[in-house]
Design a protein around this ligand. Structure first.
Ligand code: BG6
Ligand code: MG
Length: 215
């Protein structure tokens, strides 16, 4: 294995919970209730598509104009960014900083493959930005996760064949994208929500770099 690619929300940072809080509030304002089970379907999915899924869930798919949809997505993001103000370097998930530092020591490049447009801000707040050789720009993508495009672009940023890259993900859409380009997939979370992952762990403290490099 020659390189690592990390999802952000729910892998590097405990921010998946803030996305959920912000979507739940926005949904409630338009009379739609979402729960944590439904929220699994939003993980790894772009802001606009998440909103579309929430509206479909509430039976309100064709209720709003494009301008109203854009306003709603912006409102959710403003709430989310407010919640991010509380973020400190301690909000990096367990084992993240240690694994990134070990990767640096072993000259293993790391990239970020996240649907989030807030990724650069979050990495700065967590003081993790310097560990990465690049962040895939989600605006540059023709298709989001589960399409493998974002992971292929991450491998290109490192000039490494995807088959020699390990991808870390907390969402089913992400695992599907990683496997779709032949990477080795490590799921973080519950196995039922990470079907097809080569290995599932609870957090990054469970795996040492030596073990990863032997894969
Ligand atoms: C993904 C999250 O990482 O980014 C999704 O899992 C989120 O929940 C998506 O919707 C887009 O993020 P943002 O910050 O650009 O709204
Ligand atoms: Mg995620």
């Amino acid at each position: 294995m020659q390189g690592f690619v990390f999802d952000l929300d729910g892998v590097l940072a405990d921010t998946a919970k803030y996305h959920y809080i912000a979507w739940k509030q926005l949904a409630a304002e338009i009379g739609i209730t979402i729960d944590e089970v439904f929220n699994e379907q939003l993980k790894g999915i772009s802001r606009q598509e998440s909103l579309e899924r929430i509206l479909a869930h509430g039976g309100k798919s064709s209720t709003f104009s494009a301008a109203e949809l854009a306003k709603m997505a912006e409102k959710k993001n403003q709430h989310y960014v407010e919640l991010l103000e509380e973020l400190t370097p301690e909000d990096a998930l367990p084992g993240v900083r240690e694994l990134l530092a070990a990767a640096c020591e072993h000259n293993i490049p790391c990239t970020v493959a996240s649907a989030s447009k807030n990724a650069p801000l979050i990495l700065e707040k967590l003081v993790l930005a310097d560990y990465f050789v690049g962040i895939v720009d989600p605006e540059s993508l023709a298709k989001g996760k589960p399409d493998p495009e974002i992971f292929i672009k991450a491998a290109q940023l490192m000039a490494i064949d995807p088959k020699e890259v390990i991808g870390f993900e907390d969402a089913q859409a992400g695992i599907d994208g990683i496997k779709g380009c032949g990477m080795y997939a490590i799921g973080i979370g519950e196995a039922e929500q990470l079907k097809g992952a080569d290995r599932v762990i609870t957090d990054l403290t469970e795996i040492a770099i030596e073990e990863l490099l032997r894969i």
